[in-house]
Design a protein. Structure first.
Length: 246
């Protein structure tokens, strides 16, 4: 059981002396993704492979900056490189729900042990048309992990509520915890009249927000991503400690 969670206002990490290229370099990334959305097929990708590689390189530059800066406030990320956190653009056949072979976004998951690990972490995905999102937490944890998170909420409800209602978190993620993934009734072992049943029913523990294309192209986009992630760090820590168990 985890009990040592403190909520307090902390300065957001910012790097005024970044050595990275300006964020306006992301314009070709959004343009490539816009065209991919309209031409999501292998022949088009094969014919535009060079453009994809150029867009991917620019996206990698962004992730390199975000990862290096995030490592300064999140020790769990210290051993990771950009290749450890960046997702492939090819869709996973096991989860194929359409004939389109590629994702319409370029995404990354900054988590302990890398993008495919089962831990809570930090996410960013660029997608044209105002569909870019930044998020943090754990989406659909495995059954044992989910049980541990629910137990931690049940045992330490005050700490959980302080984290999910933290002003810093809600400033960056006004919608708070996503409640779209939830059981219709109480999970096994919990009373449906439990005062925290609204949160015990959740199947995911995740906060997210979207960015317009114009916002993505602003020079302060990396700062805004980092501010959002840092605001979510206490929640991410709560989830990971709960999932690790005793």
């Amino acid at each position: 059981m985890v009990v040592h969670h403190r909520v307090g206002r902390r300065p957001v990490f910012r790097s005024p002396h970044s050595s990275f290229p300006p964020v306006t370099d992301l314009a070709p990334v959004l343009e490539f993704l816009r065209q991919l959305k309209q031409n999501n097929n292998k022949p088009w990708m094969d014919a535009n492979r060079a453009e994809y590689q150029r867009a991917r390189k620019r996206y990698t530059t962004l992730i390199t900056e975000l990862l290096q800066r995030a490592q300064q406030f999140e020790p769990a990320l210290l051993a990771l490189s950009p290749s450890d956190v960046m997702y492939r653009i090819n869709k996973n056949d096991r989860f194929q729900q359409s004939d389109e072979p590629y994702k319409n976004h370029m995404g990354s998951g900054l988590k302990r042990d890398g993008r495919q690990s089962p831990w809570a972490g930090y996410f960013v995905a660029l997608e044209a048309g105002g569909e870019t999102y930044v998020g943090a937490g754990r989406w659909q944890p495995e059954p044992q992990q989910l049980a541990r998170i629910r137990q931690e909420i049940h045992y330490n409800a005050d700490a959980f509520h302080a984290l999910r209602q933290a002003p810093e978190l809600l400033r960056e993620f006004p919608g708070g915890l996503d409640q779209s993934q939830a059981l219709r009734t109480a999970p096994k072992g919990y009373d449906r009249n439990d005062p925290d049943i609204e949160w015990l029913r959740l199947k995911s523990f995740f906060v997210w927000r979207s960015f317009s294309d114009k916002e993505v192209l602003r020079p302060d986009f990396p700062d805004r991503v980092l501010a959002a992630w840092q605001a979510a760090q206490p929640l991410v820590g709560f989830l990971n400690e709960a999932m690790m168990g005793d």
